[in-house]
Design a protein around this ligand. Sequence first.
Ligand code: ADP
Ligand code: ZN
Length: 211
Amino acid sequence: MRIIFLGAPGAGKGTQAELVSKKAGIPTISTGVILREAIKNKTPLGVSAQSYIEKGQLVPDELVIDILTDRLMQPDCKDGYILDGFPRTIAQAEALDKMNIKIDKVVNIYVPDEKIVERLAGRRSCPSCGATYHVVYNPSEDGVHCTKCTSELTQRTDDKPETILNRLEVYHKQTAPLEEFYRNRGILCDVVGQEELEDTTALTMKVLGLK
Ligand code: ADP
Ligand code: ZN
């Protein structure tokens, strides 16, 4: 199975993708995670991507298409994968077509803009293992440290209020057109993001035919 998770920043793509990944036994490939790792390690990719991410803009297509192409050549991708945060533009979707990659389903998680702001502002993540939390909706055990590995949780620099509004605007302009793109192919599945994480998971599993 090759699955794409679509949705505004903070809609819960990454969280749901991780759960589906465990259930289906296929890896999640998140361009956001790859880019943040590159920034942390100060690689040439990280240096090029950093200023875009911090402003809430998209990293140029050529750059992300290259990293995704490399990643998909890894042996763990041979039985399928979940794409989280890619494609984010029509050009990126067309790049998948050019690689002859056949996508089975696109899960489109919908959360209204007002909710997005609240969600991103409360999001926390673990700098060591990458686990994500929310101060209200999905808190870690003690609220300060990662439940999985005990590192102190941090807030992403692009989750600061001034950047969040930029990211939302970018989403509506550049990424939302992908809904139509995949709806026309008959593979878009809509999931309305719920108040409780587990309820969104149940809807997601249902559209994917997983239990
Ligand atoms: P979220 O979905 O919560 O916004 P991500 O971790 O997916 O977070 O992405 C964080 C940032 O990384 C984006 O705002 C963008 O700058 C960059 N990025 C990630 N994936 C892509 C992509 N496919 N194309 C361009 N930029 C990307
Ligand atoms: Zn951790």
